[in-house]
Write a protein that binds this ligand. Structure first.
Ligand code: FAD
Length: 431
């Protein structure tokens, strides 16, 4: 086969499908190539899908998409070995239209989304691996696949091939990522009857809850764990950067086992049956790791462009928003018949003016700071737990005296200057 398309999109994850959908809707001749047996078959996500960026593409998608539960509560845990400090937000408004976000199972969601792109006119081919981009005179003119006679041509090739974008590397958009730029996350889907989930998480019908867990969930290393509610299952997972994992000699599956048997977590899972075990990388390099995103006849979107805000666990929304921005640029380029780097760079400009790069820029020092100074997860989380235990234990000590005791023990352990320095550094990293 040696057909020519307006656009070839490599990868039918949220980024690629969003781009294919928007281009196809405008009448462009789009080919969407996916290596998996079907879209979503190879994809992994903790499971929170944000409403806004998908609604910008498919209004009121929640009326037909295969969603699990609208999230009405987000909890955050600072967990020690036998205790936890909890805070969060629960709002019933998030359980009503237009909602805030939803839990999803990617195998189902990605298939639905790709079907929408096909209905809009895109051609989807599964079980096809793009081996490389075809480059002629410095311009990407197509892709070479693993199919016999598998060369396909297009005015623009969209790299939506995910975190470890081999195609981006082939084109020199980025180098091999460093171990501190990617996190390895393992997760399990645990089946549990709906009533049990509702009781344990204090939810009513069609309400969901997410819990992000810091501290002992990663044995004090930089990283997080999560526990999310689906209709009749829970997603539980944990991840740290590859560099933290190597330094602390952690094995990802051991970390997940540790989390599942942790006394604060175990009661939520009791009686559940594991139905899936998944592992995947997350690009967590942030602002400084964003590679080149546009070249002659080519753009990179989603995880392939490192667009993940790890602090807010936003990735799928950035993938879709970047896919849409790239599509809008391609539509303009198509109208002008100009697919040069300078023409496609309008996508880069849109990206840098959007919430995506602004948010990544805001947190550009966060991961590095917390990895370099492990005391935040190692020392302060247990310290906060001890302080809470002391403060809330009713033992006849006056509260003011308790406050002083807590301050004394913290400054004795760390030194007041050190505490102030740590607080200032943390504030600077996330301000
Ligand atoms: P992907 O979803 O990775 O899709 C890439 C697609 O390209 C895949 O279908 C793959 O099979 C295909 N592909 C790759 N190479 C080729 C090739 N050569 N030829 C053909 N096809 C190819 N984000 C959130 O918003 N909320 C969360 O709760 C959340 N939790 C997460 C939890 C975990 C454990 C992980 C790993 C990630 C999580 N993320 C979350 C991040 C989110 O999953 C990603 O940011 C998002 O999936 C990126 O979409 P994408 O389309 O760029 O890449």
């Amino acid at each position: 086969m040696s057909e020519k398309f307006d656009v070839i999109v490599v990868g039918a994850g949220p980024a690629g499908t969003a781009c294919a959908y928007v281009c196809a809707k405008k009448g462009l001749n789009v080919l969407l190539i996916e290596r998996g047996e079907y879209p979503g078959s190879k994809n992994v996500m903790g499971g929170v899908l944000y409403r806004k960026q998908l609604e910008d593409i498919i209004p009121e998608f929640w009326k037909e998409a295969p969603l699990e539960r609208p999230v009405i509560e987000q909890r955050f845990w600072m967990m020690d070995k036998e205790s936890v400090i909890q805070f969060g937000y629960k709002g019933l408004e998030w359980g009503e239209e237009p909602y805030n976000n939803f839990t999803v199972l990617r195998a189902q969601f990605d298939q639905w989304f790709a079907k929408k792109a096909v209905e809009a006119g895109a051609l989807l081919i599964n079980e096809t691996v793009v081996k490389e981009c075809i480059v002629e005179n410095g311009k990407v003119i197509g892709v070479r696949t693993d199919r016999p006679d598998g060369e396909l041509f297009a005015n623009v090739v969209v790299l939506a091939d995910g975190v470890n974008s081999l195609l981006g590397k082939q084109l020199g958009f980025h180098k091999e990522f460093r171990p501190d730029e990617v996190a390895l996350t393992v997760m399990e889907v645990i089946n549990l009857p709906k009533d049990k989930i509702n009781d344990r998480f204090n939810l009513s019908e069609n309400q969901g809850c997410t819990i992000e867990i810091f501290g002992d969930s990663t044995k004090g290393n930089l990283g997080t764990a999560f526990l999310y509610t689906n209709k009749e299952s829970l997603n539980i997972g944990v991840g740290t950067t590859l560099s933290s994992m190597t330094k602390a000699k952690l094995k990802p599956y051991e970390l997940l086992d540790y989390l599942k048997t942790h006394p604060m977590v175990k009661p939520y899972l009791e009686g559940g049956e594991s139905s899936e075990y998944l592992a995947h990388l997350i690009p967590e390099g942030g602002y400084r790791s964003v590679p080149k995103v546009a070249g002659n006849g080519v753009v990179a979107i989603g995880d392939a462009a490192q667009l993940v805000n790890a602090i807010h666990r936003e990735g799928s929304n950035m993938a879709m928003a970047s896919g849409k921005m790239a599509a809008e640029t391609i539509i303009l380029a198509n109208a002008e018949g100009n697919f040069s780097e300078s023409s496609l760079n309008r996508y880069r400009e849109a990206l840098y003016e959007s919430f995506i790069i602004k948010d990544l820029e805001k947190y550009k020092d966060a991961a590095h700071t917390f990895e370099k100074h492990p005391q935040y997860f190692n020392d302060y989380v247990p310290m906060m737990n001890r302080a809470a235990s002391k403060f809330f234990t009713v033992d006849g000590t006056p509260k003011r005296e308790k406050q002083k005791e807590i301050m004394r023990s913290i400054t004795k352990e760390k030194g007041s200057i050190k505490v102030l320095q740590d607080l200032y550094r943390a504030w600077k990293a996330v301000k």
